[in-house]
Design a protein around this ligand. Structure first.
Ligand code: CS2
Length: 491
């Protein structure tokens, strides 16, 4: 089969949308760090829809580590397809927004030069939670992180997200250019604000004047991003190749739903993303909190409990009535009361839509994929909600079970005695703590809850939290996950 590329694009079957603009006229106005499936099914899609009207906003897509995406997409001239499925039908579209592809470690100085191109006005990020080199409990810079240590001594050849952003800004300042705006698109609370604090703290390690210039000149709008985009599988590639009649080496499969709420604070030109469905607002915080606590909090709960119950995907976990019921109860009873009201927004409709989205049978969203990087995800997905409830003296039964499920997962062996492939930046420490404590709740719970980068100094000391988690973990070990979920669901 021939490859999807600019020369074969005209052969796509009718019904598959493709770029309606002259790609040769598109300039690179955005450098995006973290060219994963999510960016390609989200920001790149919103941008693609505008390029006919405003060709200034093509995207240089940068992978910070591996060359795989570049190797797959370069022979396709940066083209790839997005298939949105709800289980009943497909919508397919070829995206042409990528004007370039780069692999940062291959030529860090070259990437810095790209960041200093005056046509670039925005640098955006989807580098996952762990890509921010921060302490997840406090948002503070981890100055002892090996990449941060390296970059502070070698800013001409950085490795980290912060290194590239600060290195690029330093070049622009040296050349008398205005800065770019930095647009964080990861699932972190106050993501722009958090990234701003990290960028300034990192810059201050190198040059205080530069840090002060960034503080005064650079905008970091926060965003709420939402679209469920599981990792692409070989089966997806085969199915999509057949539908396109062309081989797409790295297509993306997603749900139809997509949402992007952006703080309108760019300090200059920005794409009219509202014309392609994004929402510009003054304050993103209530949207972010709602999405992180309801969607991502429920997702992680389904991932840990579902995995332990033997469910390979989120849809399979949702087919377990007690588990689906427990998550719905948690959203309604425990999470929603902690959220600020949003004008004209019906939270019950949002809950129902989320549960429906989780059930999407077309998405093979692996529980093991969502379970990854728990140390980076738990704080904003579950622990913030728990803190808010404890401050008001409210019970945390289901949330504590979700945390206990993570502890059970981290203990390293599933209920059939099989090893769990623990992927987490703190996996070595987790493994050591779990091995030392053994699979016993009254030892494992205090050992893991003592991880201050995750739980802070406050939560482990609060006996309402530690005893609820320990009790739930004890039930998981003694009675198994299925029986525990059923018990808590019905109590
Ligand atoms: C998921 C998210 O992998 C995960 O941890 O919870 O990627 C989720 O699919 C997105 O945030 C949905 O917008």
């Amino acid at each position: 089969m021939d490859r999807l590329s600019p020369t074969t694009l005209h052969r796509l079957p009718i019904g598959i949308l493709k770029p309606d603009y002259d790609r040769a006229r598109v300039a690179t106005g955005i450098v995006h760090l973290g060219l994963g499936a999510f960016h390609r099914a989200h920001q790149a899609v919103y941008t693609d829809a505008l390029l006919k009207e405003d060709p200034r906003w093509g995207i240089l897509g940068v992978s910070l580590r591996s060359p795989e995406t570049r190797n797959a997409l370069a022979p396709q001239g940066g083209l790839y397809s997005v298939t949105a499925s709800d289980g009943a039908g497909h919508q397919r579209r070829v995206i042409g927004a990528l004007t370039g592809l780069a692999v940062a470690p291959e030529d860090p100085a070259g990437l810095l030069a790209d960041l200093a191109d005056p046509r670039v006005r925005i640098v955006s990020t989807t580098v996952t939670e762990k890509g921010y080199s921060h302490d997840p409990a406090t948002g503070a810079l981890r100055a002892d992180d090996p990449d941060i240590r390296h970059d502070s001594a070698n800013l001409g050849h950085p490795r980290s997200t912060l290194g590239f952003i600060v290195g690029g800004l330093r070049l622009r300042r040296q050349q008398g250019l205005p800065p770019f705006a930095v647009l964080a698109c990861d699932n972190l609370p106050a993501n722009g604000h958090t990234l701003r604090g990290l960028v300034i703290a990192f810059a201050a390690l190198i040059d205080r004047d530069l840090a002060a210039w960034i503080e005064g000149e650079v905008r970091f709008p926060s965003t709420m991003v939402d679209r469920i985009v599981p990792a692409t599988t070989d089966a997806d590639r085969a199915e999509i190749g057949a539908a396109l009649g062309l081989d797409d080496a790295w297509p993306v499969v997603s749900e139809p739903f997509s949402q992007w709420v952006i703080e309108d604070d760019f300090g200059g030109d920005r794409p009219a993303w509202d014309l392609s469905g994004a929402q510009f607002v003054r304050d993103v915080a209530p949207f972010e909190l709602m999405k992180l606590r309801l969607l991502n909090g429920a997702h992680s709960t389904l991932a840990y409990l579902g995995y332990l119950m033997g469910c390979p995907t989120v849809a399979a976990a949702m087919a377990e009535p007690d588990l689906a019921g427990l998550v719905a109860d948690m959203m309604r009873e425990e999470v929603t009361p902690t959220l600020p009201a949003l004008d004209g927004f019906d939270v019950a409709t949002y809950h129902a839509a989320l549960l429906q989205r989780f059930r999407n049978p077309a998405l093979k969203h692996r529980t093991a994929q969502i379970a990854m990087d728990g140390t980076q995800k738990l704080p904003q997905r579950l622990l913030g909600t728990i803190r808010d409830r404890l401050a008001r003296g409210l019970p945390i039964t289901r949330l504590a079970l979700a945390v206990a499920a993570w502890l059970r997962y981290v203990s390293g062996t599933d209920e059939q005695g099989q090893p769990i492939d623990l992927r987490d930046p703190l996996s070595q420490r987790l493994r050591a703590l779990a091995d030392e404590a053994g699979p016993v709740a009254h030892r494992l719970a205090p050992a893991l809850l003592s991880l201050t980068p995750v739980f802070g100094n406050d939560l482990p000391k609060d006996s309402r939290f530690s005893s609820a988690v320990e009790l739930a973990l004890d039930r998981l070990f003694r009675n198994g996950t299925r029986a525990t979920v059923e018990h808590i669901r019905q109590s």
